[in-house]
Design a protein around this ligand. Structure first.
Ligand code: PMP
Length: 278
């Protein structure tokens, strides 16, 4: 396996991350997860737009410009012979003695690797059970930072309870899931939380909203409550690795008739057509 480390492709043995890296001390960094289908990066521009937004907000300077970085990621995919999977990329503020304020002279550290990953055929077909949990995260959930402890804890609670994922809510208003966005369908209308500071602006979310519009399915970017979700005809989550996965129950209660709905199926089919072929 080859890694991207700063601006070069190298084996893992040549990747030297300091114990004083601020990613390690503070979670002081940003990341992206790109999908690769048939050896090709998917929605590259959207991922970079989001990465740029995060690093700008964190005031971390990318060591490579977007064209050079895209080229490196493509070389990484080639070097590892990746067909279907993901590229994980993270960038931290760099290594320095542990003080909260930005250190002077620290050099940002960039690292990326690839991982083979099949599409989640089983859960896309059957759907998943979800549980609800208080969204205890900060108020900049639109930034893709390394600080994922609330997401990690919530996901583990879901697993411990035999569920597939957790649906976050703020005082009853549904925001998103631990690593995906959520949409509900009521009377043929797709509804999802607006892309503001309370959710990550999912690349898949944007793709699905675009596909829904192209399919003539009405879309409302409007918050909904856990109560409304429980009364929905259908629900599904969207994300780079989950694609469009039906949610068939919430807190043990069936959504609709408890099986994946017709609108969800249509959007899954539309999503299939958006995937680059060989
Ligand atoms: N919300 C959160 C909290 C996430 O971690 C993710 C996964 N990146 C998403 C939503 C979905 O975003 P995307 O479609 O870009 O993968």
């Amino acid at each position: 396996q080859i890694y991207l480390y700063q601006d070069r492709l190298t084996p893992l043995t040549e990747v030297h991350i300091s114990p004083e890296d601020r990613g390690y001390y503070f979670g002081d960094g940003a990341y992206e997860v790109f999908r690769v289908y048939n050896g090709k990066l998917y929605e590259t521009e959207a991922h970079f737009t989001r990465l740029n937004k995060t690093v700008d907000a964190l005031r971390i300077h990318l060591p490579l410009g977007q064209p050079a970085l895209t080229q490196r990621l493509e070389e990484l995919i080639q070097a590892n012979g990746l067909q279907d999977g993901i590229v994980y990329m993270q960038i931290t503020r760099g290594a320095a003695a542990r003080v909260h304020a930005f250190p002077s002279g620290a050099e940002p550290v960039l690292m990326a690797y690839t991982q083979t990953l099949a599409r989640p055929y089983a859960s896309m077909e059957q759907g998943i059970a979800a549980i609800t949990a208080d969204d205890i995260r900060w108020l900049r959930c639109d930034l893709k930072t390394l600080n994922l402890l609330p997401n990690v804890m919530a996901k583990q609670t879901a697993i411990d309870r035999g569920a597939g994922d957790v649906i976050f809510h703020r005082s009853g208003t549904v925001t998103e899931c631990s690593s995906s966005n959520i949409m509900m369908v009521k009377n043929g209308v797709v509804r999802t939380h607006p892309a503001n500071n309370l959710i990550l602006h999912g690349v898949t979310r944007a793709v699905v909203l675009r596909l829904a519009q192209a399919e003539g399915i009405p879309v409302q970017e409007m918050p909904f409550t856990v109560e409304e979700l429980l009364e929905a005809d259908e629900a599904f989550i969207t994300g780079t690795t989950v694609e469009v996965t039906p949610v068939t129950s919430v807190d043990g209660k069936p959504i609709g008739d408890g099986s994946p709905g017709a609108v969800t199926r249509r959007l899954q089919q539309a999503f299939d057509t958006s995937i680059p072929t060989a």
